[in-house]
Design a protein around this ligand. Structure first.
Ligand SMILES: [Zn+2]
Ligand SMILES: [Zn+2]
Length: 175
């Protein structure tokens, strides 16, 4: 096992990472931040494979940094919530798509168009979170994200089917 050389955070995590643009993923031990007051931590149960993951693994957009843990169609079950979380509780079924951060105060954010926010933070792929840590995607065992970027998965929707809705599904729905 190769350890991440980045600063250690409290939550031990395990995932599958690309180390270079070869397209090969290998086991990766890393860490995620502690559950902040607006954060939701969840156990990842399913994660879709989007073609953007393949582009990013192979650095076909030219912006990838390694090690890179792909996955932005992430579904799981809440294990911990921050003291100021309003919308979720432990045990809820939830998902995260391609964004985990935005300023939440610019015109785009105010219009619920965080994808146009100049300070948006992608779920993985070279992005740095506000605390300076690298973001890692859903090919991993746990996820921590601000509740603003978490969606609820209804009880009557199978979790495996829900995962690809978080990027591929919304992409076709949107137009
Ligand atoms: Zn913004
Ligand atoms: Zn995608």
């Amino acid at each position: 096992m190769v350890m991440s050389h980045e600063q250690e955070h409290p939550k031990k995590a395990f995932g599958w990472a690309a180390r270079d643009s070869s397209g090969v993923l290998s086991p990766f031990r890393f860490s995620r931040r502690e559950t902040g007051e607006k954060d939701v931590t969840f156990k990842v149960l399913y994660c879709g494979i989007c073609h953007s993951d393949l582009h990013n693994v192979k650095n076909e957009h030219g912006s990838s940094t390694y090690p890179l843990v792909p996955g932005h169609e992430i579904v799981g079950e809440v294990t911990e919530i921050g003291s100021n979380v309003q919308k979720f509780k432990v045990g809820d079924k939830v998902g995260v798509g391609c964004l985990v951060g935005a300023c939440q105060s610019c015109d785009s954010c105010t219009d619920h168009l965080e994808n146009y926010c100049p300070k948006k933070i992608f779920t993985y792929g070279g992005a740095k979170y506000y605390d300076g840590s690298t973001t890692y995607g859903g090919y991993s065992d746990i996820m921590v994200a601000d509740e603003h970027f978490i969606v609820r998965i209804p009880d009557n929707l199978p979790l495996d089917s829900a995962a690809p809705l978080l990027c591929a599904g919304i992409t076709t729905y949107s137009p």
